[in-house]
Design a protein around this ligand. Structure first.
Ligand code: DGY
Length: 319
């Protein structure tokens, strides 16, 4: 019987499908990542792995995994996996696109609204018993409607963020490796250079995956070119941002605020300087975290494993 290891505890209701067909072993914790030692030990034994974005799947893993045919990553992003090494060792990599698109776009837009309208700060204000009277500029934030949103990385999620923005009568700019003519027509989105987007947007929304090209692309120079009223939103990967530069930009008023669902090192330290700023709204990487979507992601990952271990084509291979 083929063997599968799952690096996090997933509900039996979704796992049942795999139990029927394969010998399945699972890391027994939901809130604690698998240790490197156990990951390497299991990789040596199994034909399939279901991994989380918390695992670094590098050459060392592939070197030991002599029987491994598939790694199904429970995320749309796969920057945690060394694709060159996977290719060298002939291991299929799959991700979970599409099923999380709407949910992640919803969270991105929620983060944008929460940051612009200072919602977490307002809640803290009440909880700390600071609300003594209504006043004209009390916790006044920035409007979202009729402003310019600049989306960097117009993939599926970027397009749905743009769709959300149309409901707020926003002007939509986007920058992407290639033009998306259909999206331009459907959403009235305008393709612009990165430089122009950075200078003209009221909301700069980072949706680009983390690659060698995008690593640290939001740096000091880029923040300096943004409007001083600009709000920066990131729900893709923390590594795309130079966090020290972002801190300086926020602390000095170079830009107005930031909404961050992702960080360079996750979990971010609770005493990280970014978290001390009032103009930062920070979330613990919950872009796709609705129960429905997470279950759909699990089902898709399981289907990919099933397919590959039965000699079929996976549903969502990483190309
Ligand atoms: C992904 O799927 O890559 C997300 O970041 C996880 O929520």
């Amino acid at each position: 019987m083929k063997k599968v290891f799952v690096t996090r505890q997933l509900p039996d209701s979704v796992m049942a499908k795999l139990y029927d067909q394969f010998e399945v072993d699972m890391w027994p914790y939901e809130k604690k990542p698998v240790t490197r030692e156990v990951l390497l030990e299991k990789a040596r034994e199994v034909d399939g792995l279901i991994t989380m974005l918390t695992e670094k799947i590098d050459d060392e893993v592939f070197e030991q995994a002599k029987n491994l045919k598939i790694i199904a990553n429970l995320a749309v992003g796969y920057d945690n996996i060394d694709l060159e090494a996977a290719k060298k060792h002939n291991v299929t990599i799959t991700n979970t696109p599409d099923v999380l698109t709407d949910t992640t776009a919803d969270l991105t837009f929620a983060l944008l609204l929460a940051t612009a309208r200072r919602i977490p700060e307002s809640m803290t204000y009440i909880k700390n018993d600071q609300w003594k009277t209504w006043s004209p500029l009390l916790l006044a934030g920035s409007d979202v409607h009729h402003k310019t949103i600049g989306i960097v990385g117009m993939g599926n999620i970027g397009e749905v963020v743009a769709k959300r923005a149309t409901g707020f009568d926003m002007e939509i700019l986007y920058y992407n490796r290639s033009r998306k003519v259909e999206a331009e027509e459907a959403l009235n989105a305008t393709y612009v250079s990165f430089d122009k987007l950075i200078k003209q947007s009221d909301f700069v929304v980072c949706m680009t995956p983390l690659t060698n090209e995008t690593k640290g692309m939001f740096n000091e120079e880029i923040f300096k070119q943004m409007k001083s009223s600009a709000i920066f939103i990131n729900s893709s990967r923390g590594g795309v941002v130079d966090e020290e530069a972002l801190y300086k930009a926020l602390d000095s008023g170079t830009i107005k605020a930031a909404g961050l669902d992702v960080f360079d090192n996750e979990p971010i330290r609770h005493d990280h300087p970014l978290l001390e700023l009032d103009n930062v709204v920070a979330l613990p990487h919950i872009g796709s975290a609705s129960v429905e979507t997470r279950l759909n992601m699990m089902e898709l990952a399981i289907e990919n494993v099933e397919k590959v271990l039965r000699g079929k084509e996976p549903v969502t291979p990483v190309k």
